[in-house]
Design a protein around this ligand. Structure first.
Ligand code: ADP
Ligand code: MG
Length: 290
C-alpha cells in the first residue's frame, strides 16, 4: 500500500543517512529536476586552508591577528582556516567586541579600538577603495581558485588572506550523475566570480557567483518560474532564505542549526552523491505507487 511504501522508503533513506522529514518531502523529491548547490562546505570540503597572507596598510602578522580576532566565535567555514593559521604562526588573537556576521559579505567588529571589517573583495569595494596593484594581486589569486578575504581597519585596506578549499572528492561524479538523470545542477555562491568559475570549470557545473543570500533565493524562484521543481542544498550558514524558497531544502552534513530547522531533508554523511541517491530512492518509491 502507498503509506507503507513511503514509510519503507523513509526508513531505507534514514539507514543510509538520507533524512527526509515525512512522506510529502519524499514525494516532492521524486519530482526534482533542478538542484542548486551552495559552494563552500557543499561542493567543496568546507575545510579551507590559508595559503597567502598579504600585507597592506598593516603587517602580515597584524592582518592575521585582526582577522582571527573577528573570526573567534564565527561559524563560517573560512573562520576556522584563519584561526588555525593564526595559531600555527603564533600571532596573538586580541579580543573583538560587538563582532557580527554580515551574511554573504563577511564579519565586522571592534578590535583594539579600531573598527575592522573582514570580507569579500566585492563587499570591501562597497566600503573602501583598493589600489590597482591590490586588485591585480587579488585577481591573480582568484584565478588560481583561491578565495580572498580583505581586512579593512579604520577605513584602510590592512591587507588580505587567500584560502583554498578543495572540491569534495565525489563532487564531479555526483554532478555528472544528476545531469545523466536529467536534473539541471547549478552552483550558487557568494564567492568571487573568478574563484567560482575556476572551481565550477573543474567540476563541470553551471555557476552564478558574487551572490548575496537574497540573490540565491531569487535564482531559486527564477527556476521555479521556469516550471522546474527545485532542491537547494547548502550548509545553511547564509542559505536560509534560498533553502526556504526551494521546493525542497536539503542541509548537507553537519550544517548550522538554522539549516536543519529550515531544511526539509538532510544528508548526514556530506557526500554530493547523497543528493542523486536521495532522488533515485524517492523516484523509485513514487514509481511504485498506483
Ligand atoms: P558561499 O556562498 O560560497 O557559502 P558566503 O556567501 O558564505 O560564500 O561568503 C561570500 C564571501 O564573503 C566569501 O567568499 C568571503 O570572501 C566573504 N566572507 C563571508 N563570511 C566571511 C567570514 N566569516 N570570514 C571571512 N570572509 C567571509
Ligand atoms: Mg555558505
Amino acid at each position: 500500500s502507498t503509506p507503507a511504501a513511503i514509510a519503507a522508503g523513509l526508513s531505507a533513506g534514514a539507514r543510509r543517512g538520507l533524512l527526509m522529514k515525512g512522506g510529502a518531502v519524499l514525494e516532492t523529491l521524486g519530482k526534482i529536476n533542478a538542484v542548486a548547490f551552495d559552494k563552500t562546505g557543499t561542493l567543496t570540503s568546507g575545510k579551507p586552508l590559508v595559503t597567502d597572507v598579504v600585507a597592506g596598510a598593516r603587517t602580515e602578522g597584524e592582518v592575521l591577528s585582526l582577522a582571527a580576532a573577528l573570526e573567534t566565535g564565527s561559524s563560517h567555514p573560512l573562520a576556522l582556516a584563519i584561526l588555525n593559521r593564526a595559531k600555527a604562526d603564533g600571532v596573538s588573537i586580541p579580543p573583538a567586541s560587538s563582532a557580527r556576521a554580515i551574511p554573504g559579505e563577511g564579519v565586522e567588529g571592534t578590535v583594539g579600538g579600531a573598527q575592522v571589517f573582514l570580507g569579500s573583495p566585492q563587499a570591501v569595494a562597497r566600503r573602501v577603495g583598493l589600489s590597482a596593484s591590490q586588485d591585480a594581486a587579488i585577481a591573480g589569486l582568484n584565478a588560481e581558485g583561491k578565495t580572498v578575504s580583505v581586512v579593512v581597519a579604520d577605513g584602510q585596506a590592512a591587507g588580505f588572506l587567500a584560502m583554498r578549499d578543495e572540491a569534495r572528492p565525489d563532487a564531479a561524479a555526483g554532478l555528472a550523475r544528476l545531469k545523466a538523470m536529467g536534473v539541471r545542477a547549478i552552483m550558487l555562491t557568494g564567492d568571487n566570480r573568478r574563484t567560482a568559475e575556476a572551481v565550477a570549470n573543474g567540476l563541470g557545473v553551471e555557476v552564478r557567483a558574487e551572490l548575496l543570500p537574497q540573490d540565491k533565493q531569487r535564482i531559486v524562484r527564477e527556476f521555479q518560474a521556469e516550471d522546474l521543481v527545485v532542491a537547494k542544498v547548502g550548509d545553511g550558514i547564509n542559505d536560509a532564505p534560498a533553502l526556504a524558497a526551494a521546493d525542497i531544502g536539503i542541509a548537507m552534513g553537519g550544517g548550522a542549526d538554522v539549516a536543519l530547522e529550515t531544511a526539509d531533508a538532510a544528508v548526514l554523511h556530506g557526500r554530493v552523491q547523497d543528493i542523486p541517491d536521495m532522488i533515485v530512492l524517492s523516484r523509485g518509491v513514487m514509481g511504485n505507487i498506483r
